[in-house]
Design a protein around this ligand. Structure first.
Ligand SMILES: Nc1nc2c(ncn2[C@@H]2O[C@H](COP(=O)(O)OP(=O)(O)OP(=O)(O)O)[C@@H](O)[C@H]2O)c(=O)[nH]1
Ligand SMILES: [Mg+2]
Length: 302
């Protein structure tokens, strides 16, 4: 009798409160930079798919915006994007930060999924920052919640625990086909990925209320006769004062953002890039559904 080995495939969403390392984990698991990361909460605004191709399985991961409570239209739409994954996935990876443990915000996340049927794996991230006894007591606390099918400590940043995590995930996936071709790591559009690279640089170089006020839209992308790819991007911000900061003294801030974004984009495209960035003000765009849809969710059906 010949033995047929079964191929497994399915969807796992990565959820948790802001800043616990969801996007870092996605990038680590698919071994490519797909999602923007930063040390500021509320970095991710969209559902971002990353596909992990293994010999006997395909894991489709969905990174999500950090779940939090806020009355702002943008924040509500971000959280809605996260919650909308619950019904569509085979598995939910719930991330917490090992240093912070279970905070009220994490309890809020758990509450948001109390009526979902998908199995939940608790991923305790950032274990590179805690001592063993603290980790053990956190694991015990997690067990007592009786919510998780599995509990696994990892460090997404230091690449620790990734193989066991993949094995755990596969264990919860059904038999299924390869949904994505082998060379496809994400279904995000190129302009979205480029816009996120630029926004990530804005997040890393600006402070206070500026980073969160910015949306990036990549308009044109065109290869010129000399082989250089010209990319036009617009930074939208909410106030003239924020625009001033984004441009900086004599254009210095915009130059820095453009330079570090261009270096990463050139690496990604494997081509020389001329990146032209415009800055515009759209008052209170984060409170306006139409502007949010245009700037943040142009490709998503909401
Ligand atoms: N020390 C340490 N830092 C980590 C680890 N994983 C992520 N980080 C850092 O935590 C910060 C937040 O990481 P992100 O991946 O952007 O977090 P997120 O959960 O996607 O955040 P939101 O998109 O805002 O919800 C970044 O500064 C990361 O470098 C880890 O395992 N160890
Ligand atoms: Mg994120």
């Amino acid at each position: 009798m010949s033995q047929t080995s079964s191929f497994k495939s399915g969807y796992a969403s990565i959820v948790g409160r802001p800043n616990v390392g969801k996007s870092t984990l996605l990038n680590r698991l698919v071994a490519q930079k797909v999602a923007a990361t930063s040390n500021r909460p509320q970095t991710t605004r969209n559902k971002i798919t990353g596909v992990l191709h293994l010999p006997d399985a395909q894991i489709i991961l969905v990174d999500t915006p950090g779940i939090h409570s806020s009355k702002r239209a943008l924040n509500e739409m971000m959280v809605q994007a996260s919650l909308s994954t619950y019904a569509d996935v085979d598995l939910i990876l719930v991330l917490i930060d090992a240093v912070e443990g279970f905070r009220d915000e994490d309890e809020f996340v758990l509450k948001s999924m109390q009526h979902t049927t998908a199995p939940k794996i608790l991923v305790i991230n950032k274990i590179d920052l805690v001592e063993k006894p603290k980790l053990l007591s956190l694991i015990a606390e997690a067990h007592d919640k009786s919510v998780f099918k599995e509990i696994i400590p990892v460090s997404a940043l230091k690449d620790d625990g990734m193989e066991p995590l993949k094995e755990l995930i596969i264990g919860y996936l059904p038999e299924g086909p390869e949904y994505f071709p082998k060379d496809m790591i994400t279904d995000c559009t190129e302009s979205f990925l480029l816009a996120e690279i630029i926004r990530e640089k804005v997040l890393s170089l600006t402070r206070l209320e500026v980073p969160h006020s910015v949306a990036v839209v990549v308009g044109g992308m065109e290869e010129q006769d000399n082989g250089v790819v010209r990319i036009d991007a617009t930074l939208y911000t909410e106030k003239a004062s924020q625009k001033k900061i984004l441009i900086g003294q004599g254009g210095s801030m915009l130059k820095s953002i453009g330079r570090i974004a261009r270096i990463e984009i050139e690496k990604r495209l494997g081509a020389k890039v001329y990146l032209k960035i415009f800055v515009k003000v759209k008052s209170n765009w984060r409170d306006q559904k139409q502007a949010i849809k245009e700037f943040v969710y142009p490709y998503d059906s909401l």
